[in-house]
Design a protein around this ligand. Structure first.
Ligand SMILES: Nc1ncnc2c1ncn2[C@@H]1O[C@H](COP(=O)(O)OP(=O)(O)OP(=O)(O)O)[C@@H](O)[C@H]1O
Ligand SMILES: [Mg+2]
Length: 304
């Protein structure tokens, strides 16, 4: 074989070797690509599955939250309805109480009062008839005095339950009468300032009168104040009725609860608040260590 052929044969061999190496590399690379694709597909599948699971979980959680929210809304509305019903109920209880007081006051005055007056007249006649028997006459006189006292007590109880002046002459004279009696009966001295000629609707007058009664009762029970200033004013279509004492006051913490959520109060303040709310008004209580002022604010109806 000559040299030329021998050289050609070598280079063919090298070429072949190189080609088969490249081919092997290609095959390896292809295998790697296939393997990577398979891994990628598996990863994609896992991702899809995880995504699906996550979506299901989110949907489930959202449903749960929606159900909880619906239950919560339902509970709130039931609570609001109950509070509304309770408020209506307490207002109608207060109204029935007012009617009942008015009826009992009238009955006491008209039945027991009339009977005692008749007893008094009979005792007076008997006393005269017994003029010749001084001891008996004196006993009859004593009986007449006792009957008088009973009559007076019945009249006071009846008037305190529902002063007839309130219906006949209005709040100002009824309040003046009530305060005069209070000043006589109690060591506390009340100073009353009222507009001279003011006549308000009956529904407002009875509420103001009950506020006056409850405030003075509260001051007697809780305040330890020697004097009280009561003031009724009408300014800018609002009736402002305030009762100020100079007693122990109410702690800031308690006052915040009483004025805020309306909790931590007794029947007295709750009743005043409901009565005023029914008239479209409100009750404001201010207090510190120098005393307490309770303000009843009521919008003045246009017709007045
Ligand atoms: N003028 C006042 N000075 C100091 N504390 C007061 C005064 N008025 C009310 N309070 C406080 O506010 C509380 C609530 O008063 P509220 O009239 O509602 O109830 P009460 O007087 O205790 O009982 P009741 O249900 O018989 O009226 C009282 O217990 C008292 O502690
Ligand atoms: Mg009270």
């Amino acid at each position: 074989m000559d040299a030329k052929f021998s050289n050609e044969g070598d280079s063919n061999d090298r070429l072949y070797t190189e080609l088969s190496r490249v081919n092997n590399e290609l095959i390896n690379t292809q295998r790697e690509v296939v393997q990577r694709n398979a891994r990628l597909e598996r990863a994609e599948e896992a991702l899809r599955k995880a995504h699906g699971d996550l979506e299901r979980q989110v949907q489930e959680r959202t449903r749960e939250l929606e159900n909880t929210l619906a239950a919560f809304r339902e509970e709130v509305s039931v609570h609001q309805e109950t509070a509304q019903k309770l408020r209506k109920l307490s207002v109608s209880v207060l109204r029935i109480q007012d009617e009942e007081r008015r009826r009992v006051a009238r009955d006491l005055h008209d039945t027991v009062g009339q009977t005692l007056t008749a007893v008094k007249i009979s005792l007076f006649m008997l006393e005269n008839a017994m003029a010749g028997y001084p001891q008996t006459a004196s006993r009859l006189h004593e009986l007449n005095d006792l009957t008088d006292q009973a009559l007076q007590e019945i009249r006071t109880t009846s008037y305190l339950l529902h002063p007839p002046l309130l219906d006949e002459a209005g709040f100002a004279p009824a309040a003046a009468w009530y305060v005069e009696g209070f000043n006589k009966r109690s060591p506390i001295q009340v100073n009353l300032q009222l507009p001279k000629t003011i006549r308000l609707p009956g529904s407002i007058e009875i509420v103001l009168f009950r506020v006056l009664q409850e405030s003075l009762t509260n001051i007697t029970k809780h305040a330890d104040s020697a004097t009280v200033d009561v003031l009724l004013q009408v300014e800018q279509n609002v009736i402002s009725f305030s009762v100020r004492d100079y007693g122990t006051g109410i702690s800031a913490e308690r006052l915040a609860k009483m004025n805020g959520s309306g909790s931590d109060v007794g029947v007295g303040i709750a009743g005043m608040r409901e009565r005023l709310k029914e008239l479209g008004g409100r009750l404001v209580i201010e207090s510190d260590s120098t005393g307490t002022v309770l303000k009843a604010l009521v919008p003045l109806p246009k017709a007045v």
